[in-house]
Each structure stands twice: as C-alpha cells, then as structure tokens.
Design a protein around this ligand. Structure first.
Ligand SMILES: N[C@@H](CCC(=O)N[C@@H](CS)C(=O)NCC(=O)O)C(=O)O
Ligand SMILES: [Fe+2]
Length: 342
C-alpha cells in the first residue's frame, strides 16, 4: 500500500493518502479545502485515481475539500451516517467495511469529541486513523458539537485501546509536531485516558479544561455539513488561466500541447545559458535571460502578457517561474518537461 501523511499548517490537520499500488485507486482521509490543489497534484504525479474521500467527523476548525475533490475527480464521499452531511455518497456505520482496491478498511464508531466521530482501521489492524477521538498524548475536546466526556472515555478505553498494542495511531491533528503513536503507547501514556485512568479521572480532567472555541467554528461546521460545498454551490476558480496546472511542488505549468495552441499569446522565456542555444531549438524564445542573471534582469520581462519559462528539462525554468511569481507576475507558468518533450 502506498501511504502519505500530509499536513495543513493553518489548522495543524493531518490528511492521509492511502492507495492500492496495483489498481492505483486512492482514498484521502480528512482533506482540507485550501489544500485541494496540492492533493490533486500529488494524486496526478503518483498516477493515482481518487475513489473516495473519508471524513472522520464534521470538523470545527477547518473546511473539508470533499465536495471540491468530488467535483474535480468524480470521487465519492464517505462520512458517518449520524452526521447527515449533504453530498455524502457512502453513509458510514459502526462495523462497516470499506474496500478500495485491495485495501480493506473497518469503521469504528468513536463518538465523544462529536457525536459523529469515527475511527478508520486498516484491515490487518496495523494502522488506525483516529480523527479527533484519540490524539497523541491527548484527545479531542468534548465541549461542543454534542460532545460528551463520558462517551469519549468509552470510545478511547473500550474501543480504541482494545486494538493491538502495535497498531499505529494517526490522529487528525497534532499541535506539537508529533506525527504518529501506537495504541500500546497511548494506553500507557495518554495524558487524559492512559495509565489506568478511571472514567471519573478522565471526565474531571476534560471538564476542567477551559479552551477557547476554534477560530473558524461558526464558518466550518455549517460548511462541513455541506461536505465543504460553498453556500451558493459555485465552484471556486483555482486560476483565471485555463489549462495551467500546479505541481505538488506548487509550480504552475503548461504542457507542450497547450503551448503550441497559445504560442502567439505568451512571452516565451528561455533561461538556458548562452552556450546551450542552438539553431535547431524546437522553440523560438521571445526573450533569453540565463537563470543566473534573471534575478537582476526581472524588469526586462514584460508583465503585459502571460510568461512561459523553459529550459532543457524544465527544472531551471521552474525556479525562474517561482522567481517571477515572487516578483508579483500573476500569469507565469513553467513548460512541463522543457525541450525534452519535443
Ligand atoms: N486553536 C484551534 C482550536 C483547536 C481545537 O479546539 N481543536 C479541537 C479539534 S477540532 C480539539 O479537540 N483540540 C483538543 C485540544 O486542544 O486538546 C483553532 O482555533 O482552530
Ligand atoms: Fe475536531
């Protein structure tokens, strides 16, 4: 199985990508609205088809990209039936099994942080995605969204701690840079529910915490009950420059076909060194500025038309693209693969 742990800096959310290496089918757990472009770029670069987005709960601190990804990829959306979110194709219940290619997942109801929290366990019990039920040395708060400390104690101690010690715990958040834990470790060391804590120990701890509400709660919960669909249902424009795609590295790029269709509309910037230029080059550049001179000569690049940068392999021109973006050019893209694709 192909596995990636992705991070959202703003909300400290982890998004997980699981994919069947043979069928190339993928599932994303808890993707974040603002990261849709990044996540689609990774799926594309790894040659994966997104089959399913799974939500561990209706998040209070960020908006999901489930709806956005469904519009862009045709994937299905799964979340707990009890939440009743719109645009959900697969309402999940306790004990349900979900298969993505050869990847088998089991749904465990783990309410308490919210009433609709689930954990997702890999078929062989080697990994569990605990959402905000079990966090590393912590757990989700239980003071809103029909949360209950008593219910959460049961989910943690009777459901999650019943998994094998070696089962790796992947939470939906960590606010201290920790990536993963194990069930055995959390049963022993979890600050709130570990080390033999009784329900009373746990409940008193939870009730004594006075946490400010998440900054985005008023916006995030209603949006997540629509699976992240904007209120008017309109599709947010990723870019006003059709045909431009972003790489996982965050660089806008166009391919050879696009360039051939739009040659007359763009400034074509060649960033190779003078000794690489030859008469047989497949592209006639509008402008030639070697990469190592570009920083001092940015003013020579007109900002009146879109710019496409190229070089031999598309590596150096990616940096040139980044330099122009940083300088404030809004329509700039790299030629994917450079001259090697001709
Ligand atoms: N400071 C964060 C709030 C973080 C927060 O409350 N997170 C929830 C998860 S949605 C939680 O359960 N946190 C547990 C904790 O902080 O112990 C924000 O404003 O978004
Ligand atoms: Fe949460």
């Amino acid at each position: 199985m192909l596995f990636r742990q992705l991070y959202d800096n703003e909300s400290s959310t982890y998004t997980y990508l699981l994919a069947d290496e043979a069928s190339r089918e993928a599932v994303l757990i808890d993707p974040v609205f603002e990261n849709a472009r990044r996540d689609i770029a990774l799926l594309d670069e790894l040659g994966l088809t997104l089959s399913l987005v799974m939500e561990t709960h209706a998040h209070a601190d960020h908006i999901t990209s489930a709806w956005l990804l469904k519009q862009q990829t045709g994937c299905r959306i799964a979340s707990a039936k009890v939440i009743g979110a719109q645009h959900v194709d697969m309402p999940l219940v306790d004990g349900q099994r979900v298969e993505i290619g050869s990847i088998a997942l089991k749904i465990l109801a783990t309410p308490g942080h919210t009433n609709g929290c689930i954990s997702i366990v890999l078929g062989d019990d080697s990994m569990v995605f605990t959402g905000d039920a079990l966090l590393i040395r912590g757990c989700g708060r239980s003071d809103f969204q029909e949360g209950s400390a008593e219910t959460l104690y049961h989910s943690l101690t009777a459901v999650l701690f019943a998994l094998p010690d070696a089962c790796i715990v992947y939470p939906a958040h960590d606010y201290n840079g920790r990536l993963q834990s194990t069930i055995g470790e959390e049963r022993q060391f979890n600050t709130r529910a570990g080390g033999g804590a009784s329900e009373r120990d746990f409940v008193e701890y939870m009730h004594a915490m006075k946490l400010p509400h998440p900054k985005k709660i008023d916006e995030a919960v209603p949006a997540n009950l629509r699976s992240g669909c904007p209120e008017g249902g309109e599709f947010p424009l990723d870019s006003d420059w059709p045909g431009v795609r972003y790489t996982y590295a965050g660089i806008p790029e166009v391919d050879r076909d696009w360039l051939e269709d739009n040659l007359g509309e763009v400034t074509l910037l060649d960033v190779r060194q003078g000794d690489e230029l030859d008469t047989e080059c497949a592209l006639r550049a509008t402008l030639h500025i070697p990469l190592d001179e570009l920083g001092d000569r940015l003013d020579e690049v007109p900002d009146t038309r879109p710019v496409v940068a190229f070089c031999r392999s598309g590596r150096r021109s990616a940096l040139a693209t980044k330099m122009l973006m940083d300088k404030g050019y809004s329509k700039v893209a790299n030629l994917k693969g450079g001259l090697l694709v001709f």
